[in-house]
Design a protein. Structure first.
Length: 154
């Protein structure tokens, strides 16, 4: 792997972590919520997000290795940036605003931009596209969870 791809991996991983540091979970608030039956325990969520951000960063690094990050194309780049934006917004909406229905909508957009990324990335590097699949499936699950949290706690 090229040095630039290692840098792209690190920058991508770091970029997806930003909201986790900016918008912290209010543990007292969260613990008081009625939780959906399928809601995983908190420690599982932390592990899952770390693995998913690793897959995302590796996906983008493989695109860089294949064609160079500047050459992935405007639509694929836009899908990635949009996905990152809505990922960051999700933490703000969920943890700071505590608006679960809006978080469900945001997560639905994450799922759609994830699907778009997979379709477009598959034209450049199939492995890169496949590495985005677990994250996209998780965002679909997060859409359900956010809606369920809203329905149980409104």
């Amino acid at each position: 792997m090229k040095l630039s791809s290692v840098v792209v991996f690190a920058v991508t991983f770091g970029a997806f972590l930003v909201s986790g540091f900016l918008f912290r979970l209010d543990r007292g608030y969260y613990d008081a919520l009625v939780k959906p039956a399928l809601a995983p325990p908190g420690y599982v969520i932390g592990i899952v997000w770390t693995l998913l951000f690793t897959c995302i960063a590796l996906s983008v690094a493989l695109l860089d290795a294949e064609v160079g990050i500047a050459n992935i194309g405007p639509w694929l780049g836009a899908a990635l940036v949009a996905n990152w934006f809505f990922n960051q917004a999700y933490s703000y909406i969920q943890f700071t605003r505590k608006e679960w229905l809006f978080a469900a909508f945001d997560s639905g957009v994450l799922t759609l931009t994830g699907i778009l990324f997979i379709v477009l990335a598959s034209r450049v590097d199939r492995t890169s596209a496949w590495l985005f699949v677990p994250y996209t499936l998780w965002t679909a699950f997060a859409t359900y969870l956010s809606y369920a949290f809203w329905a149980l706690n409104r």
